[in-house]
Design a protein around this ligand. Structure first.
Ligand code: GRF
Length: 302
């Protein structure tokens, strides 16, 4: 789509959040406020507690390793024209399940296809496949929301402070099943994406997740389905649509077969969209619709 005339200037959506008090709460808290929450690693995931510091030194080392160890130093970004003046972005990924989207984004960061790095994984299921994968890659894993009777786990404000302290630029929901708190949405305007396995606005909203989506698509008689990536607002699946891919629904499809076909497209689409996000190629049309600017031809938008 040639969208130049519809754009509200050529300003990309990316804004570095700048709340001075959160500039670096993680480190400043260590010196200025001994009772401030800080990170430690326990039970294989990172928790946010008060008055606990035994593992702090080790964790800090590990955290800094994760944040600063630029496997991107090892992998050359040779597959595309490196954005000249674009800062490499820091990503937080949220998962509740197997984490195959998380894995494909993580691999794409390593391969230099995405101008960014995953610096933290957030989950409500510390034993899920995605969390296991994160730990195996030495990515800090955060439990959110805090389960009942569970001292570990983050409150919404803990979470926002943690993401700020890690200087996270963008949040990617990849199969995270909990509603995102308003506090996080306010802290990261136009900076949180979700992937949904149907062509929104069809088959979305509360209750449409996992196989339920694909069963409903098949039962409806729809001949096409596919993933949607959209910005996140305070409701399920209603934020502005950024990208979609179409796959056929075949006459004899089971929900599992359709899910596998859609998931394959999800992996490619989420990598492409995350690459655009990190290269600041998301442009907001005047009517509020986000568009992706082509890397090859900056006058082309989709
Ligand atoms: C995907 O189908 C995604 O669209 C939905 O949850 C699923 C996550 O799969 N939101 P995985 O955990 O990335 O394998």
């Amino acid at each position: 789509m040639q969208a130049q005339s519809m754009l509200s200037g050529s300003c990309p959506n990316y804004k570095i959040p700048s709340i001075p008090t959160f500039k670096n709460p993680f480190f400043s808290s260590l010196t200025s406020n001994p009772s401030f929450h800080f990170f430690l690693q326990s039970h294989n995931y990172v928790s946010f507690k008060t008055h606990h510091s035994p593992c702090l030194k080790g964790f800090l080392k590990k955290l800094l390793f994760c944040v600063n160890t630029t496997e991107n130093d090892v992998f050359e970004e040779k597959d595309y024209k490196k954005p000249q003046f674009v800062k490499r972005k820091k990503l937080a990924v949220f998962v509740s399940g197997g984490g195959s989207n998380f894995k494909s984004i993580h691999e794409a960061c390593f391969q230099g296809l995405i101008h960014g790095d995953i610096v933290v994984l957030v989950t409500n299921k510390p034993d899920c496949g995605g969390a296991d994968y994160g730990r195996s890659k030495e990515i800090p894993v955060v439990l959110f929301p805090r389960p009942k009777d569970e001292p570990d786990g983050f409150s919404p404000s803990d979470l926002v402070a943690a993401l700020r302290s890690l200087e996270v630029d963008f949040v990617l929901l990849a199969g995270y099943l909990k509603l995102i708190p308003a506090e996080l949405i306010r802290a990261y305007p136009q900076s949180i994406l979700n992937i949904h396995p149907s062509l929104l606005p069809a088959f979305g909203g509360k209750g449409y997740y996992g196989m339920k989506v694909h069963k409903a698509v098949i039962a409806s008689g729809a001949r096409y389905s596919g993933p949607t990536i959209h910005f996140v607002d305070e409701h399920y699946d209603t934020g502005r649509i950024l990208a979609q891919r179409v796959v056929p629904v075949l006459a004899n499809d089971t929900a599992e077969e359709l899910a596998a076909r859609v998931l394959q497209e999800e992996h490619q689409l989420y990598v492409e969209v995350t690459a655009a996000l990190c290269e600041e190629r998301i442009i907001w049309r005047e009517d509020g619709v986000p568009l992706i600017q082509s890397r090859e031809n900056p006058n082309e938008f989709s």
